[in-house]
Design a protein around this ligand. Structure first.
Ligand code: IFM
Length: 467
């Protein structure tokens, strides 16, 4: 079952996770620079200050992608690097890096897929209230216009936001991501203003003829533990808070009314203005980031009533406003990655098929998928990460199956090209196809990277060799 013609096989990274050079050339702090200084916020006390030094090593990294035969690279643009403070004119020195990166990619036949926002909000905008404030969406629209003017002559697809669910709910409800606030009602406002930010960015980017606009959502494949009414109701609540809170306004003409009812104790949603709901398509492509499915039930008597046990730490505040006592998270059975996430490729197939059926005609792309494992280099320096290869193999098979069943999937981007700064986990979790030695910045292609290179070169899945 070959992949369709023109299918993109690429990899993805994000600015704060790889670039380093956090204080160079006029870049101002983002909420992540600030959050990393908070005691206990990052497991190993680290930050993205140096990361993989991709800002200085991008040529080497693009050469590596070319060597692996990858034909797409999803990277993100650091807002405070190109518009320090989040307001005012374009900072050309900062933008020059992305111009050079894009040119380097194009020279090597690699499609650039920039994401405008992968979580690094300029700190000044958070000081003014952050995503819960409507003004932040307006600032994002202005920033998107600057980026569009700078890059639309050489980039055709722009991804506006990465995983706005994480920005809203891990950042403002659970507090495990920057800015580290635990205000559930405010997180719902943040989600709406992220949707509005996408709308504003789309308006700005579409002034450039031929530009296509996408968003990357970490859509959750939500499964009820049993077919009981109570468990299906738990799944419905999480589907609303994880998925339909974004796909509703962006694709389906409005928020689900049961989401309003479920959260009525927290907010009256009066921050949603009728004109905030787009009256036409605001997506030319939907990016889906998938790692693991989500299994939920209604709590049974004696169960913990708290819904924090969803891979984000049982001790953290809940990222799911309005679900306390109503939803319990369960670990799906099966092998787990170093993140504790169950490996379940069927979840990706089902998610792609469900999305394709609910939104016919909308092109899809897997804009992130991959696995962290505790790689141990062999004495000769090689990295025999057969579990990561098996993960990629099964998930690429799932994509093939979805395509064969009719889903219009345009590409697959492995997370991540490089080991990098894994947010609150610091450098302890390695997702890369390429190992990074953080002392020397030496890059070593892992076995999974060599295997993925064969996929990219041939457009077919080579068999797995026994470990
Ligand atoms: O590293 C992150 C990425 O920034 C967003 N999606 C999930 C990845 C793994 O946790």
């Amino acid at each position: 079952m070959p992949f369709p013609r023109g299918f993109l096989f690429g990899s993805a990274t994000a600015a704060y996770q790889v670039e380093g050079a956090a204080t160079e050339d006029g870049r101002t702090p983002s909420i992540w620079d600030t959050f990393c200084t908070r005691p206990g916020a990052i497991a190993d006390g680290s930050s993205g200050e140096t990361a993989c030094n991709h800002l200085h090593r991008y040529r080497e990294d693009v050469a590596l992608m070319a060597e692996l035969g990858l034909n797409a690279y999803r990277f993100s643009i650091s807002w405070p690097r190109v518009q320090p403070g989040g307001r005012g004119p374009l900072h050309h020195k900062g933008m020059d890096f992305y111009r050079r990166l894009v040119d380097e990619l194009l020279e090597r036949g690699i499609t650039p897929l920039p994401t405008l926002y992968h979580w690094d909000l300029p700190q000044e905008l958070e000081d003014d209230g952050g995503w819960p404030e409507r003004a932040t969406a307006e600032r994002f629209g202005e920033y998107a216009a600057l980026v569009g003017d700078a890059l639309a002559d050489r980039v055709t697809t722009f991804i506006t936001l990465n995983e706005p669910w994480c920005s809203a709910f891990l950042g403002y409800a659970a507090g495990v991501h920057a800015p580290g606030r635990t205000e559930p009602a405010v997180a719902l406002r943040a989600a709406h203003h992220l949707n509005l930010a996408h709308l504003r960015a789309t308006e700005a980017l579409r002034t450039h003829p031929g530009v296509r606009v996408a968003i990357s959502l970490n859509l959750h494949e939500v499964r009820p533990l049993t077919d009981s009414h109570a468990d299906r109701d738990a799944a419905r609540r999480i589907d609303n808070l994880a998925n339909r809170i974004f796909t509703g306004p962006l694709l389906d003409g409005g928020y689900p009314t049961d989401l309003f009812a479920d959260t009525a104790q927290l907010t009256d949603w009066s921050f949603v203005k009728p004109e905030d709901i787009p009256n036409g398509p605001v997506l030319d492509l939907l990016g889906i980031n998938y790692y693991t499915p989500t299994l939920v039930s209604r709590p049974r008597p004696g169960d913990s009533a708290v819904s924090g046990e969803d891979g984000h730490g049982a001790d953290a505040a809940s990222p799911w406003p309005g679900t306390d006592g109503l939803v319990r998270f369960h670990q799906p059975p099966g092998e787990r990655t170093a993140m504790g996430w169950t490996v379940d490729a069927g979840g990706l197939r089902d998610l792609l098929l469900r999305t394709a059926r609910s939104h016919p005609g909308l092109p899809l792309m897997v804009t992130e998928n991959g696995a962290a494992f505790d790689d141990a280099p062999e004495p000769d320096g090689s990295i025999r990460d057969s579990r990561r290869t098996a993960y990629l193999h099964s998930h690429l098979q799932a994509v093939e199956q979805a395509v064969a069943a009719g889903a219009d999937v345009r590409g697959y981007l492995a997370w991540s090209l490089l080991d990098n700064f894994e947010w609150a986990y610091g450098y302890q979790k390695r997702f890369g196809l390429v190992r990074v030695d953080y002392d020397t910045q030496r890059r070593t292609v892992k076995d999974s990277g060599h295997w993925y290179a064969q996929v990219a070169r041939t457009g077919t899945l080579p068999p797995l060799t026994p470990a």
